[in-house]
Design a protein around this ligand. Structure first.
Ligand code: SF4
Length: 456
């Protein structure tokens, strides 16, 4: 059983801004420039027999004020038609670079609102995916989509399942009507339940629900009720994100009245309450904001050491190389990261010119690879086997991280870490602060940390 001890004093003391480490280095280190050739070369020299494909759909019909995603507000479905056309062309451009047998084991539609697209548009996308890639069909594949239950007829879940979707992630955030008004996202329990029921009826094997702690107007009573309602829906996985109010960076957050935000103490109370309620309801802690039932594959992977973390969060497909499709999407092949243009006109311009829409990138050096593995181990296993590190890299762990060692000792003194002869281990009460420990190893972090969220 994955143990998490919620220690409010410790969290209060270490509540600083930091990355969520879906990659190392983090995406803010990517650099503008010409990266297509580096990407092409990495595809040619990397084992790409197992692939993960991410498809970004940027459109939303209404805007939730808390949102920090790359999205475009529109009610015009025709805009999605032009977009799907470009996605198909982009698939072809990627497939031109891939001339070896491969299997797409993981496919994820994120956004924006993927369900902004209609069934016909999804059929065209899947036809393209089948034409340009080899999609795994043996049953081990994870093909997932983020669902916005508002105004989505439950019947559409059946069509998505027929196309191959077998996992869904449902945005809820909070069912409290006062909170929903304050964030401009009105979504009833009933419409959410109808999607959950339709997913189960259509054989979707995993349902995730997203919640956010720290939204305006949240109260202990209101959030307790939300948690009860969500637990009653029995999702297999639950994400509990901490809202980061960064109105300087995200324009839509300026719609939120700062006076309505819960203060740090209330936010901490809401978090502790949520953690305890989820534990009582049988959810185990995966790590970094994520909980799952003990029967879920993420918990199984955590137990057998095969859990990974990538741009889609925690995954059992960490061995896959990643191809990103669509505006702003990120790909990662070998040591090369690339990100598409974030602006739709630029993305269209590149694709229409027959070029990949890569605008930024990063090539990890040997130290980045070593640090990345340490951060993966901390995030997914809550420990680093330092003897294994020494065999793998040829460096003594303590020597290699001599600058970091004094800070690790401080964490040990605070009870977050145990520094043993053969391993460093995150304690049960340190688990909620695992990213703070990862930050010690991050060579790029000395600069502006205000762009990241806090643990609470
Ligand atoms: S939270 Fe989702 S639906 Fe709301 S604005 Fe952001 S991407 Fe769109």
């Amino acid at each position: 059983m994955s143990i998490l001890k919620f220690d409010p004093d410790l969290i209060r003391r270490h509540n600083v801004n930091g990355p969520r480490y879906t990659s190392y280095p983090t995406a803010d280190q990517f650099r503008d420039g010409e990266w297509t050739e580096a990407y092409r070369q990495s595809i040619a020299t990397t084992d790409i027999s197992s692939l993960s494909v991410y498809v970004h759909i940027p459109f939303c019909s209404t805007i939730c004020y808390y949102c920090a995603c790359n999205k475009i507000s529109t009610g015009n479905l025709k805009r999605a038609d032009s977009y799907v056309q470009r996605l198909l062309r982009e698939m072809q451009l990627h497939s031109n670079l891939i001339d070896v047998p491969h299997r797409v084991e993981q496919l994820h539609f994120g956004g924006g609102t993927p369900t902004f697209l209609n069934d016909e548009q999804f059929e065209r996308i899947f036809a393209g995916l089948h034409k340009y890639f080899e999609l795994e069909e043996g049953g081990s594949q994870d093909f997932s989509i983020e669902i916005d239950p508002r105004k989505l007829p439950a019947s559409r879940i059946g069509n998505l399942a027929k196309l191959g979707i077998n996992r869904v992630s449902i945005g809820v955030q909070d069912f409290d009507p006062m909170v929903q008004i304050a964030v401009n996202r009105i979504q009833s329990v009933d419409e959410t339940r109808s999607i959950v029921d339709a997913a189960r009826d259509n054989g979707i094997r995993s349902i995730n629900i997203d919640l956010i702690n720290g939204l305006p107007k949240q109260t202990v009573d209101g959030f307790t009720r939300t948690l009860e309602q969500v637990i009653d829906l029995q999702p297999d996985r639950l994400s509990l994100y901490s809202y980061a109010h960064l109105p300087q960076r995200f324009k839509t957050q300026r719609q939120i009245n700062t006076d309505d935000l819960p203060n740090a103490e209330l936010k901490l109370k809401l978090l502790g309450m949520a953690v305890n309620m989820l534990a009582d309801a049988g959810y185990e802690y995966v790590g970094m904001d994520h909980f799952a039932k003990s029967s879920d594959s993420l918990i199984q992977a955590q137990k057998d050491g095969s859990l990974h973390r990538n741009f889609q969060g925690y995954t059992t497909h960490g061995h896959c190389e990643l191809i990103g499709l669509g505006v702003s999407s990120i790909g990662n092949i070998g040591q090369v990261y690339v990100q598409n243009s974030k602006a739709l006109p630029e993305y269209y311009q590149s694709i229409d010119a027959g070029k990949l829409a890569i605008a930024r990138g990063f090539t990890s050096d040997d130290r980045d690879v070593i640090v990345s593995q340490v951060i993966q181990d901390l995030m997914c296993k809550f420990e680093v086997l330092t003897r294994d590190f020494e065999i793998r890299t040829g460096f003594g762990f303590r020597d290699y991280f001599s600058d970091q060692w004094p800070r690790l000792i401080r964490f040990e003194n605070d009870g977050l870490l145990e520094l043993g002869a053969a391993r460093i281990k995150v304690t049960d009460k340190g688990r909620f602060l695992v990213r703070n420990i990862c930050m010690v190893f991050d060579d790029y972090l000395s600069r502006d940390t205000q762009k990241f969220s806090k643990a609470i």
